[in-house]
Structure formats: C-alpha cells, structure tokens
Design a protein around this ligand. Structure first.
Ligand code: C2O
Ligand code: CU
Length: 476
C-alpha cells in the first residue's frame, strides 16, 4: 500500500502461532527529563447541513519519525501518521466521505460504534485505491471513546500499524457529560498509545514472526511521538483533567499508572461511563481497548506506561511518557453518579461457545480460519436475541477478544466474578492463554441478511492470520 516497500522482506513470515516460543524477559526502564510538549491530534471539523454532519477523511501514505532521528514510511488519515479526532453527538446523523489514496483496498471501521452492519466498515466494506466510501448513520451510542482504523481482510495489521488510526469522541447530554471536563485538548485529553516494531532503517514491521533475534526496536508512541527518550509534558489549566486512553498497538498490553503510586480515578471503560468514578491502582488495556480517567491536579504528576508483551516483542518496559503540570487553582464540583448499569439477568439467555484456536500456523475461531469471508465461521443470531458467550482460549497465546455491534457485560473472567471497573461495558477484553471469559449481550436495532459484523482477536497479526469470525444478525 506504500508503493510496495512496506512489505519488502516480510513476505516469508506468517506464523503467529510460533511466536510464544520466542518470548524473552528482557526489561527496559525508560525515565527521562521532561522535554517535548504533548501533541494533541487535530479535531476534525464537520460541516452540518440539514441535520447531517459530514466529515472528510483521506487514507494516505506519508513519512514520520517513529524511531528518533529515522524517517519511516507511514500512513494516516488527512496527515502522514494517525488521524484527526472526530466528535460525534449522540442522536445526530453523520456522513463520512472517506477517500482511499493508498495503493491497495482499505476500509474504515468505527470500533465500538453501534451502527448498521453495512456501515460498520468491516471487510465487506472494502473499497479500492482511488475510491471514496460514504457511510452514513445515526449515532446511537451514548458518551464514550471509540476509534477508527482499517479492517480489510488480511491487511489490517499492515495498515493500522503504519499509522491508520484515530479517536472518536461521542458526546451526549447526560448529567455525567455535563459534569465532566469536555474541552478538547484543554481539560479533555486524548492519549493514543502504540507500541510498534521497526528495524534500524525505520521500516515498521506488522508481522513479527521470525524477527525477534533480528535487532528490532520497539518504540512506544504517545499521540505519534516516540517517548523512548522523552517524557512529554502537558500543562493543565483545570484542576480536574480528563484523559481518554486508547491502546492502538498492534499487539501489546499497556498498563497506565502514576509514577508516585497514587490511584487514578477511572470514569469509563470501552463502552462508556462506569456507575461511578472508581479509584484504581492502574488501568490495563489490551490492544484495541479504551478507558477514561480524571486526575485532580495540585502537583505535577508523571504517568507511566508499562508495556507487556501479549505476543512477541523484545521484552517489557516501563516508560514515563507524560508529566502533567497544573497551572490552576480552581475547585471542581463533586462528580455525580455517572451511569446506571443494570446487570443482565442471564438466566434465560442463549448460551454459545466461541473457541479461539490455532492449527499449525493458522489462527481460528470455532475451528475455522477467517482469512476469507467464505472460510470464516459465521455466527447467526436474530434481532432481539439475548446471549451469553463463553469465549474459550484453547491456545497458550494471549488474545484480545473484540465484538462489533453491541457492548457486552462480563459475567466471569477465568471462572471469577467481575469486580470494580469490570462491571462496566466493554467491546474488547483480554483472554489469557488457556483462559476463558463469559460475556453477555443483547442484539438490538440492526439486522441485515447481506452484511455481517465481525468478532476477532485484536492482536492484528492474529486477526489477519484467521482469528476472526462473522456475525449475522437477521430479523427473524
Ligand atoms: Cu478495532 Cu474489528 O476492530
Ligand atoms: Cu490473538
């Protein structure tokens, strides 16, 4: 997609299944003097006519400094790496005109959004180089942090890892939204984290099998800036500042914590507000997951990202990636109750088992490799169905299970009851090697007998190697 160069030298390696054998325990510790200011991704202005807000996106190649001092070929939306943040308002109609200026097919998936399957941006929505795709829908989601990224069959890892990703903020008129900080870039701060892999020439690798001994670097990027050698700085002008975390890494698990050991006040999971602001020691995000927290700042606070391998990289590392310095003396109001989350009574829900597996070098769901629409397993359900899925990991690898369309509640995690922030709404959750989770969901609003939603591992190499199935929701 970048004129042929991105894939050079990577063609022969395919086997995600062998990756675990290559894990090492090397640890890097990164702590640095504050330097560069945190970059805030641009907010994409939409134009509103006749009740429809239109956004324009162009997927295109560019160059960027992923490894300090080295130029990498990258890709982004409207820019050379990552994309602007979109704000959608709950209840509004949006139209996106998305042009493919890459040299291969792409799609844009609205990760976590509750939209019709024909507008969801899965593999069936792929469109060719030079074409424009224009999905339109009413925003059914309440306030939450979503994101957008490519989803064409077999090329998601390549495209997303090179930088095609951006944040979506859904706003609503709830009391919680009114009480929480919401001035983008001032007291409402996007934090997009990516742990990438590059060779010394800056060539970004999206399929790491076979590469571990080849001297790759694993830079951590925050909003597109390499934080291996810098702690970014941000000056807060409001005592209470909100942070929206997105783990846009192709594979790694990232845990966010304060370097002084104090708690973070988590307010939201993938799919919106928790019942109430909840003190947590840290926030662990698998690839694809989001969370939101606030801090009440009176002294400078440094945030650390602990990157642990969910897959294959040169070891784990702790990065002091951001120092927030307060410049304010205001007194925020006490936060209200944020949300009402009624726990599903699942006694009458239909049970289903989803098995994450592998056979040789192929990754599977329910025994089928989702490398083509015709080979992947298809889950069929009907509008209004209420289901509990046992997502069983029959491999020894870590997976990040993601379901399109509807949010789910966690019923159990490796046999244990969920607690604390695990009682929130999710669309992406960790399934450890040999482990299982039970999740409950209701299929509402959208049915279609042509277009399908997807369920898959969000470790992008696993997805491309077949750990993906389709979900068809029909109306009877
Ligand atoms: Cu974020 Cu099906 O993907
Ligand atoms: Cu996986």
């Amino acid at each position: 997609f970048l004129g042929g160069m991105a894939g050079a030298g990577i063609a022969a390696v395919t086997a995600g299944g062998t990756a675990i054998a290559l894990l090492t325990n090397a640890t890097q510790n990164k702590a640095h003097a504050a330097g560069t200011t945190l970059t805030i991704p641009d907010l994409l202005e939409g134009t509103t006519t006749d009740g429809t807000t239109t956004f324009t996106l162009e997927a295109k190649a560019g160059t960027s400094e992923v490894l300090s001092g080295v130029t990498s070929t990258t890709a982004g939306y409207n820019q050379s790496f990552l994309g602007p943040t979109m704000k959608w308002t709950s209840g509004d109609t949006v139209l996106l005109n998305i042009t493919n200026s890459l040299t291969e097919d792409t799609t844009v998936h609205f990760h976590g959004a509750h939209v019709p399957p024909s507008m969801d941006g899965g593999p069936q929505n792929s469109f060719a180089a030079g074409k424009t795709w224009s999905p339109t829908f009413t925003v059914k989601d309440e306030a939450k942090t979503l994101w957008y990224h490519p989803h064409a069959l077999g090329t998601t890892a390549e495209q997303a890892t090179h930088g095609l990703a951006g944040m979506i903020i859904v706003e609503d008129d709830s009391d919680a939204s009114a009480a929480l900080p919401s001035t983008y870039g001032t007291d409402d701060i996007p934090i997009i984290l990516q742990c990438l892999a590059t060779d010394s020439a800056g060539d970004i690798k999206y399929n790491l099998t076979g590469y571990l001994s080849n001297g790759l670097s694993f830079p951590l990027l925050c909003n597109g800036t390499n934080v291996d050698d810098t702690t970014l700085s941000f000056t807060a002008t409001k005592k209470r500042t909100r942070f929206r975390l997105l783990n846009a890494s192709p594979s790694d698990i990232i845990t966010i914590q304060r370097s002084d050991g104090a708690t973070l006040t988590q307010i939201a999971t993938d799919q919106g507000y928790l019942t109430e602001a909840t003190e947590v020691a840290s926030i662990r995000l698998v690839a694809g997951a989001r969370a939101e927290f606030v801090m009440e700042l009176s002294d400078a606070v440094t945030l650390e990202a602990v990157v642990t391998t969910g897959w294959v990289r040169g070891g784990s590392g702790t990065y002091e990636f951001l120092t927030v310095t307060p410049d304010t003396s205001d007194t925020p109001e006490t936060l209200p109750t944020l949300n009402t989350i009624t726990r599903y009574d699942t006694s009458d829900f239909t049970a289903r088992t989803i098995t994450l597996g592998q056979s040789g070098t192929t990754m599977t769901i329910n025994g089928s490799a989702g490398t083509s629409m015709s080979s992947m397993a298809m889950i069929s359900t009907t509008l209004g169905a209420e289901e509990v899925w046992t997502v069983k990991n029959s491999t020894q690898l870590e997976h990040s299970f993601h379901l399109h369309d509807v949010p789910f509640q966690l019923i159990s995690i490796n046999g244990e009851d969920p607690t604390g922030v695990q009682l929130g709404w999710y669309d992406t959750f960790e399934v450890v090697g040999g482990g299982s989770i039970e999740i409950a969901m209701k299929f509402t609003d959208f049915s279609d007998d042509t277009y399908m939603y997807m369920l898959h591992c969000h470790l992008l190499q696993h997805e491309d190697e077949g750990m993906m199935a389709s979900l068809m929701v029909t109306d009877s």
